[in-house]
Design a binder for this molecule. Structure first.
Ligand code: NAD
Ligand code: LMR
Length: 327
């Protein structure tokens, strides 16, 4: 017996850029929406880069990927988001050496007002929006604010890359495979203030905090994870792309299919939980089930954790105040 495949429409912005060049093929291979789903792809670019995006679409087509349906290329946001069930908002300027992600707010913030409005007016009711373009948390805050008819839980920002980096660094330190780690959390903003937290982490069932010394944790691990994006820019000469695409795949796949009770770091609009202002898009430990994220509740926080979380609340409040003035 054959099963009729599902169909979803997926919009990817910044389709001619570095991240999309990896992300589109991972989506097309069925890694996000599963093997029984055909994906219609809408590639959104700025007018000057539509031709480059058409070249990307030609290559996608030439790959004859079994999970890809129609591919459209456009610079019209209304058309790109029309009926979209999922959207990866990647299109934005990356920072260069010496810049902070927050510096990108003036350059990129406006993009997310227009795209939030287009999502509000044209996307499918079940749309899942994952903001990748920096500063990702505040751009998601902007898109959410620009889409008053879409419930806030439909807007996420990507902090899975930070989560994956934390696991990778612990894996190298402890000589354990990444798949053995559970209950990692990266709280806050996708910025230098982010708080990769090992308080609840286990490896092979053992508490990670019993296996590393505090000086390494505080003075090496936390800042290195938080500054890994800058380290990549320094060494690679441009910002992370394939690892960002891979994290975006992890995030959207888990959002759709669930995490089987496991934690994943997800930046979602706060409901006020853990004292984070409602609406700020904040990285939390979360579990996905039945197509929805639920933040892990009831974790007891030490003064050390509280101070780090508060620093992120403060930073995101400042970014949100700047963002509010863009409207
Ligand atoms: P890139 O410069 O290679 O590509 C960005 C593309 O976006 C360009 O082709 C540009 O024309 C397009 N674009 C700009 N404005 C647009 C708009 N309004 N609509 C549609 N497309 C638009 O950059 P990249 O390396 O692909 O990175 C994209 C963004 O992702 C950057 O802001 C980068 O900092 C961010 N990023 C975030 C994470 C994360 O973990 N959240 C990780 C890596 C990179
Ligand atoms: C990353 O974390 O690699 C991205 O956000 C790119 C950057 O500017 O650091």
């Amino acid at each position: 017996m054959t099963t009729t495949p599902n169909k979803v429409k997926v919009t990817v912005t910044g389709a001619a850029g570095n991240i999309a060049y990896s992300l589109l093929w991972r989506i097309g291979a069925g890694e996000v929406f599963g093997p029984n789903t055909i994906v219609d792809l809408a590639l959104l670019e700025v007018p000057d880069h539509v031709s480059n995006a058409e070249g990307v679409a030609m290559e996608l087509s030439d790959s004859a990927l079994e999970r890809v349906g129609n591919i459209t290329v456009t610079d019209d946001a209304a058309k790109a988001f029309d009926g979209a069930n999922a959207a990866f908002l990647v299109g934005a300027k990356p920072r260069g050496k010496g810049e902070s992600r927050a510096d990108m707010l003036q350059a990129n913030g406006q993009i997310f007002i227009g795209q939030g409005r287009a999502i509000n007016d044209h996307a499918a009711d079940d749309v899942r929006v994952l903001v990748v373009g920096n500063p990702a948390n505040t751009n998601a805050y902007i898109a959410n604010k620009a889409a008053p008819d879409v419930s806030a839980e439909h807007f996420n920002a990507l902090m899975r890359l930070d989560h994956n980096r934390a696991i990778s660094m612990l894996s190298q330190k402890l000589g354990k495979h990444s798949s053995e780690f559970e209950n990692i959390a990266v709280w806050g903003n996708h910025s230098d203030t982010q708080f990769p937290d090992i308080a609840y982490a286990t490896v092979g069932g053992q508490p990670v905090k019993d296996l590393v010394d505090e000086a390494w944790y505080v003075d090496e691990f936390i800042p290195r994870v938080a500054k890994r994006g800058a380290e990549i820019i320094e060494v690679r000469g441009r910002s992370s792309a394939a690892s960002a695409a891979s994290a975006a795949v992890d995030h959207m796949r888990d959002w759709v299919a669930g995490t089987e009770g496991k934690w994943a770091t997800t930046a979602v609009p706060s409901t006020g939980i853990y004292g984070v202002d409602e609406g700020l898009v904040f990285g939390f430990p979360a579990i996905a089930r039945d197509g929805r994220w639920t933040v892990v509740e009831g974790l007891e926080l030490t003064d050390f954790q509280r101070a780090r979380i508060n620093a992120n609340i403060e930073a995101l409040r400042e970014e949100a105040a700047i963002a509010d003035r863009l409207f």
